[in-house]
Unconditional design. Sequence first.
Length: 249
Amino acid sequence: MIATIQYNSRKLKIDLEKPLDISMSLRASQKNVNAWYLGGPKIEPVKEGNWTASVSEGARINFNNIYFNPHAHGTHTECVGHITKKVHSINKNLKQFFFLAEVITVAPETYMKDRVISKKQIQFALGNKKRDAVVIRTIPNTKEKISKQYSNTNWPYLLREAVDYLVQKGIKHLLIDMPSIDKEKDGGELLAHNTFWNTNGKLRMDATITEFIYVSNKIADGEYLLNLQIAPFENDATPSKPILYKIED
């Protein structure tokens, strides 16, 4: 089904029957993607006395509790409340859900003992394009990302200069396939997060960071319409399901 959407001054044609899901599902498994030194998520039936809320165990319903951390256990979208003393809710600050996005692929560079994404790389990938969101796919890009245990791996991260460039370009929504845009162990500096949300000036309340995405190699670099779907948690972060739609000619 081809739909025409008015986006700012442009009319965009997308095929609603061809969504490109770049989220990772959350599974009750030790093979679920993981970071930040936590155990795996749990999905367990409610138990009361001898009764277990599982049809396979004789109940009439399946009625599960779910235990997880949005930052550690899968695709999530966060707002400035992630790093501020005052609690800010992603559900209250993300009020629009469709954005013009650019998918870019970056091979992190060696910087001292780290792998990083530099300003130069972002500049080359974006050029003069005007976008609201950028989706960063890092290479190598294998399906191992869906189940990788990232704790103590020193994953690739964005240099502060690269994030500052994105802010100057007007990028409001930053999506990446790593557990964080910052270095795993940085002494709590969180340079990329602080730069993106401008914590030394007027906070960018409507700006979001989405981490732990997975962008299939079948998805080409280029322009897409992004539908950033979130669960309505009153929290700094929430599980999310970003969906891309190819813009038809």
